[in-house]
Design a protein around this ligand. Structure first.
Ligand SMILES: [Ca+2]
Ligand SMILES: [Ca+2]
Ligand SMILES: [Ca+2]
Length: 466
């Protein structure tokens, strides 16, 4: 009978192991994505799936390598006339009429775009480039956002001009899949910067792409980290990172690597009264795994591999108040739990023998305390522990989960248990007869059952005078 429960529970926990154990939304909420009159990431809510609604196509992750070694060179040598081009930096380029008149398909013809402004343009044939430039006169952070006009795949790159050689050196890029926005940031020293919008797949002479360029003079130490290609790599160690959202577009990406399947705990702490932030989790192919609201702790069981975390501000940000992103891992699998106490209501608490061996006696509301150990006998911190028991009446299963503390200790409560049937009885020194059930209890860590020093309980029903 116990085996049947274990099989059933095993199935339940297998499913549970693939989903968030604590509040975490599996789907993205809608968002109009507007701020300061600039419509940003405007394809996000379309069927193409931008940041709010679904995944970044896998193709975008693998695309990076193929492209950076072929058509998107990291260095571009300007035509010898580039000095002439630099005199055109005051040109404006704000509507489709002027867009058609500019030939900015090479760096020579780059069109000036001022910080804090948005422009637009067209790609007329697949593979075509459109160049823009800006000038930075003091160190700051540059942010560029490009939205393609339709279901085309345009990519975005940023180059810095080496004025001594006339060479453009690529300093950042963003290469998502079809229909998706591209965003990059760069901590920029003074100089000329060139922005390249290039078609990877498709072209569109009806719907323009938009390009926004912003600057921030205050930013956190992890910048630039506005997309997965420039994510801060935190490896596989527990960390806590204090950062800020420095502009309404700022996205802070972090990469983590799990050498083994492990429960991962995530916390995005934000004390700001103004900024409202969110944590998004992606797999190594940039497929969405869900999101976590600020000031909510989430725990998820993840297979070995690389993952990306994005922190951003869907609606409002607060430059002056940093947030803290904390990620911790369970060091080893739990192999065994040792239960040292079970408290209960009903005045029946105790570790007693009703003639079937020593067991904890319980009634309706109980708290189980214990400690979790790995196969070598070391306590396991940050580990999920689930206790599950089955009462006799209706074979109802009760379960609850918790997480071990830094020393491996845990405490978990099961409440409102169905009363016992009283199928067993015990003559208490001729004074009374106690009726009770013997019920199974099992423990899991994640989706795996672990051994325990107890496997059944006395579920007290009632007593009568002998
Ligand atoms: Ca793209
Ligand atoms: Ca930031
Ligand atoms: Ca950032």
């Amino acid at each position: 009978m116990v085996r049947r429960i274990i099989v059933l529970l095993g199935t339940l926990f297998f499913l549970a192991g693939l989903t968030w154990a604590l509040p975490l939304h599996a789907a993205f909420s809608s968002d109009d994505g507007t701020a300061d009159g600039i419509k940003l990431k405007e394809l996000a809510d379309t069927d193409l799936g931008g940041i709010h609604t679904s995944t970044i196509p896998e193709a975008s992750a693998s695309k990076q390598n193929s492209k950076s070694t072929s058509e998107m060179e990291e260095k571009v040598v300007l035509h010898s006339s580039y000095n002439r081009m630099l005199s055109t930096i005051n040109a404006t380029y704000n509507n489709s009429v002027t867009a058609a008149t500019y030939d900015n398909t090479s760096p020579d013809g780059a069109v000036y775009i001022g910080p804090g402004t948005q422009t637009s343009g067209y790609i007329t044939t697949e593979g075509e480039s459109r160049w823009f430039l800006t000038y930075v006169d003091s160190p700051l952070k540059l942010t560029a956002l490009m939205n393609p006009g339709a279901a085309v795949d345009y990519d975005l790159s940023l180059y810095k001009l080496d004025e001594a050689t006339g060479t453009l050196n690529r300093v950042s890029y963003s290469q998502r899949g079809s229909g998706q926005y591209e965003q990059l940031s760069h901590v920029a020293g003074p100089g000329y910067y060139f922005v390249l919008v290039q078609s990877y797949v498709g072209s569109d002479t009806v719907n323009p792409f938009t390009l926004y360029l912003g600057v921030s003079d205050t930013y956190d130490a992890n910048e630039p980290d506005d997309n997965p290609w420039f994510a801060k790599n935190q490896g596989s160690t527990t960390f806590s990172s204090r950062q800020n959202i420095d502009n309404f577009l700022d996205e802070d990406w972090t990469k983590i690597s799990l050498p083994r399947s492990a429960p991962v705990r995530l916390l995005l702490n934000n004390t700001s009264a103004y900024g409202v932030y969110r944590l998004d989790l992606y797999d190594g192919n940039l497929g969405s795994l869900g999101y976590l609201d600020q000031n909510t702790q989430g725990q998820v069981q993840l297979p070995a591999g690389d993952y990306y975390i994005r922190v951003w501000a869907p609606s409002s940000f607060d430059l002056t108040t940093p947030y803290t992103l904390s990620v911790s891992y369970q060091a080893a699998d739990v192999a065994r739990v040792s239960i040292n106490n079970i408290t209960t209501d009903g005045g029946v608490q105790g570790f007693i023998d009703y003639g079937y061996g020593d067991k904890w006696r319980i009634k309706n509301n109980i708290t189980i305390s214990g400690r979790a150990f790995d196969a070598s006998g070391n306590p396991v911190a940050n580990a999920p522990v689930t206790a599950a028991l089955r009462v006799t009446i209706n074979q109802q299963i009760f379960q609850a989960s918790t997480t071990t503390d830094s020393l491996g200790y845990f405490s978990v409560s099961l409440n409102n248990l169905t009363p016992a049937a009283g199928n067993y009885s015990y003559y208490n020194n001729g004074l009374s007869i106690h009726y009770f059930d013997i019920i199974p209890i099992v423990f899991f860590s994640g989706d795996k059952q672990v051994t325990a020093n107890i496997n059944s309980l006395y579920h007290f029903a009632y007593q009568i005078r002998a």
